[in-house]
Write a protein that binds this ligand. Structure first.
Ligand SMILES: Cc1cc2nc3c(=O)[nH]c(=O)nc-3n(C[C@H](O)[C@H](O)[C@H](O)COP(=O)(O)OP(=O)(O)OC[C@H]3O[C@@H](n4cnc5c(N)ncnc54)[C@H](O)[C@@H]3O)c2cc1C
Ligand code: FES
Length: 279
């Protein structure tokens, strides 16, 4: 059993949880994820390691309540336990001190997974410019954490309530327009956001890494559920990724596969609401 040591609702429907998992914390690296099951009957869901503390033996998860499993998870409190917590899984981010200027882009909940990567890039000695995107100011997360590890932070909100009015690509274009020499972009967020970032960087020849979130089942390369088309190769995001060269990813395929289980997901959510496990 894995105990919940800390829980906080960061903004409506977005939760921070620290889970006691010392062996996972000891091995965790930026870019990796875990797979958890809330209880014996629960489904396996992947969540990114948003932070880890080796001394406390904890893993930080930041998750958005979308359907049945995240709803069940959000209903638990400090002191409660979850039944399974497997990780760290996936390939760590490739990071060294010679990357130059890296623009780290997080959209919505994607700011949480981009944080440990940006921090590791900063600690390695690279210049980190972070772009954080949100629909509106009230749902922006991790601003203080991102400011602490970035040379510069640019915020973009869809409604203009904070920072630049527009999408993360609007802020990226401003960097390009001011003549910033960008060596790499790392973007994490909704599929459509990552696709738009790649469309913007491709003509500029800027290396762009994205972290993909296809539906995962076992998380160990056995089921094929997380397959993604990358160039002319079929990759399994759970073992080959989750990070890939964004210019090679078939985003249309990724997004249409992500919609495959809509009906079953809606039924599962309705069931959880009916039995009163939701928030
Ligand atoms: C490597 C990876 C890292 C992720 N990290 C985070 C994170 O840090 N924070 C966060 O909020 N979310 C993260 N996700 C997405 C998260 O796994 C889903 O939101 C979650 O599984 C939804 O489950 P549900 O039962 O609550 O919702 P459902 O109603 O079952 O699904 C809602 C949506 O979530 C996605 N989803 C559902 N099941 C899975 C699954 N088994 N694997 C992947 N996606 C699924 C689908 O897009 C689906 O339409 C990550 C996904 C991957 C693949
Ligand atoms: S989740 Fe099964 S192969 Fe990746």
């Amino acid at each position: 059993m894995f105990k919940i040591m800390y829980k906080k609702e960061l903004s409506p429907g977005i939760f921070h949880m620290d889970i006691e998992a010392p062996r996972v914390a000891k091995k965790a690296k930026a870019g990796q994820f875990i797979v958890l099951r809330v209880d014996e009957k629960g489904e396996r869901i992947p969540l990114t390691i948003a932070d880890f503390d080796v001394e406390k033996g904890t893993i930080t998860l930041i998750f958005q309540v979308l359907g049945a499993s995240t709803m069940q998870l959000s209903a638990l409190n400090e002191g409660d336990s979850i039944v399974d917590f497997a990780g760290p899984l996936g390939q760590p981010s490739e990071i060294d001190g010679n990357m130059g200027t890296v623009v780290c882009i997080g959209g919505g909940i994607g700011v949480a997974p981009v944080y440990p990567i940006a921090r590791a890039m900063h600690e390695a000695g690279n210049k980190v410019i972070s772009i954080m995107g949100a629909k509106t100011k009230d749902i922006l997360i991790f601003e203080d954490k991102m400011r602490a590890i970035s040379d510069e932070v640019i915020i973009a909100t869809d409604d203009g309530s904070y920072g630049v009015k527009g999408f993360v690509t609007t802020a990226l274009q401003q960097l390009v327009d001011r003549g910033e020499k960008i060596d790499q972009v790392t973007a994490i967020g909704p599929g459509i956001m990552m696709k738009s970032v790649c469309d913007a960087t491709r003509p500029l020849g800027i290396k762009t890494i994205v972290s993909l979130n296809p539906v995962m089942v076992d998380g160990t390369g056995m089921c094929g559920g997380c397959r993604v088309q990358v160039g002319d190769e079929m990759k399994f995001a759970c073992v080959d990724g989750p990070e890939f060269d964004g210019h090679l990813v078939d985003f249309n395929n990724l997004m249409s596969r992500g919609r495959m289980f809509r009906e079953q997901e809606a039924k599962a959510k309705e069931h959880v609401c009916n039995i009163g496990l939701g928030r």
